[in-house]
Design a protein around this ligand. Structure first.
Ligand SMILES: *[C@@H]1O[C@H](CO)[C@@H](O)[C@H](O)[C@H]1NC(C)=O
Ligand SMILES: *[C@@H]1O[C@H](CO)[C@@H](O)[C@H](O)[C@H]1NC(C)=O
Length: 441
């Protein structure tokens, strides 16, 4: 009897059950909203609008923004934070230092973001080089840290040559000693088979499980990009270019002025260029020395782009976060740039304004020309031509087409197979927005 009843419910019952379902779902939704927003009469739409549009009215209600951000973060799945992580995240809210020395930024400044891990000897060289850069005192330097290291902080504390702001990646694997994004006791290791070992994790395409030390770089880069463009009060409304450099990049004194010239020439000289670069994409090259601008594939030493390009990159968050390669730059070359549909060129001068250096003696047989560091000293000779702008605005552009290098079709070096890493990465893209990752902005 009952069986028959359930098999053939009368129409009226079905309708009634649907109604009850609809009513209870709606009720749950309303309760959730009330819970999320407390007594603030804010709607999800208000939050979305505020987060997505970033409307600059010069009358920034920062506390409202902070509140909306909390809501947005609440809607995104992020790991539980420990004390250190929470503390560091608070530091990210501090205003820049040296505001007394440099109360104003120049009009059309190019913000400089230096992202670092834990090599103080290197950082010292980079910071010393930055102190000699003409025009650096007109802009804001943001130092983004992967992990917390006193020796690194000391160097940044000593900066007096420009406004400087430190930020710390609060979900860096280096901050979590016994839980994800660090290692947890349940994690699979090396080539463990999860079903046999009853451990947690997904192997990469080569059968290897995640290593927190290795995934931290890509996480940091993506967290930093999202935070600088969309999160920080100081930069989330910045309409110009942002330059990105690393803790092992020596910057020449003319870098900033050259970059200003490049970004101003870019729209006219190279409409296909997405970025400007301080250095050739071949990290061993110092440039051609021609009386010509160069357009070539995007390099990873000293690259600068604007918000339009960031939005295009952010729209490819899924591609970035799901590609099985732990290198952010190879991920960009193999998935993100090719997905733009046209070649992604970057504009630069023909004499480099930055070099990547490494430890001396690591690479055998590369000759003395390799820039390297020993006992805290680099063998870089800054010549007079590197101290003044050396790009002429009447130069034409030489384009390198079909250069070798990573491109679409490369399947990745692996190291990025764990679903938890992929989803943490995606969460970073949604942290400052309450809508999906690919909001068409
Ligand atoms: C920046 O430094 C130059 C000297 O290198 C100086 O002439 C200029 O006034 C400084 N600008 C600011 C804003 O401090
Ligand atoms: C940003 O750069 C891109 C690529 O060079 C350019 O097409 C775009 O017009 C620029 N956006 C703004 C707002 O200047």
């Amino acid at each position: 009897m009952a069986a028959a009843y359930y098999k053939k419910p009368r129409l009226r019952d079905v309708a009634l059950r649907r109604l009850i379902l609809v009513v209870s779902v709606t009720l749950c939704g309303v309760l959730l909203l009330v819970f999320l927003f407390g007594s603030n009469p804010t709607s999800i739409n208000d939050v979305t609008r505020d987060l997505v549009e970033n409307v600059g009215d010069g009358n920034d209600d920062d506390s409202a923004y902070r509140r909306d951000l909390k809501v947005a973060k609440g809607l995104v799945a992020l790991p539980n934070q420990n004390d250190l992580s929470l503390k560091l995240e608070k530091l990210n809210d501090l205003p820049p230092r040296n505001l007394d020395l440099y109360p104003n930024l120049a009009k059309d400044q190019i913000i400089v973001v230096l992202y670092v891990h834990n090599r103080p000897q290197y950082l010292k060289v980079v910071v010393d080089s930055l102190s000699q850069v003409t025009g650096i005192n007109e802009t804001l330097l943001i130092v983004s840290h992967d992990g917390y290291f006193e020796d690194m902080n000391k160097i940044i504390d000593g900066i007096r040559f420009c406004q400087v702001k430190q930020i710390f990646a609060p979900y860096s694997p280096h901050l979590f000693l016994d839980s994800f994004p660090g290692v947890s006791a349940r994690d699979c290791k090396d080539k463990d088979v999860a079903s046999q070992k009853h451990c947690e994790g997904n192997p990469d395409q080569y059968g290897n499980h995640r290593s927190p030390r290795i995934v931290s770089l890509k996480h940091h880069w993506w967290w930093m990009m999202n935070t600088v463009w969309d999160g920080l009060r100081e930069t989330r409304k910045h309409e110009g270019h942002i330059l990105f450099i690393e803790e092992d990049h020596f910057i020449y004194p003319n870098a900033y002025r050259n970059l200003q010239i490049l970004t101003s020439l870019k729209p006219e000289k190279c409409p296909d260029c997405y970025a400007a670069n301080l250095a050739p994409s071949d990290v061993n090259s110092r440039g051609e020395g021609w009386a010509s601008l160069i357009a070539e594939r995007m390099g990873n030493v000293g690259y600068a782009f604007n918000r339009t390009v960031w939005k295009k990159i952010h729209n490819k968050a899924r591609e970035f976060c799901f590609f099985d390669d732990y290198n952010w730059d190879i991920t960009m070359w193999a998935t993100v740039y090719p997905s733009f549909g046209s070649p992604v060129y970057s504009l630069r001068g023909s004499r480099t304004s930055a070099v990547h250096f490494g430890r001396c003696g690591l690479h055998q047989g590369q000759g003395e020309k390799k820039v390297c560091m020993d006992n805290g000293m680099v063998n870089i000779h800054v010549e007079d031509a590197d101290k003044v702008p050396n790009i002429a605005s009447d130069w034409s552009v030489h384009i390198y087409k079909n250069q070798p290098g990573y491109k679409a079709g490369f399947k990745g070096w692996g190291g990025w197979g764990d679903d938890r890493d992929r989803h943490l990465c995606l969460s970073f893209s949604n942290m400052y927005r309450s809508t999906g990752t690919s909001s068409p902005m």
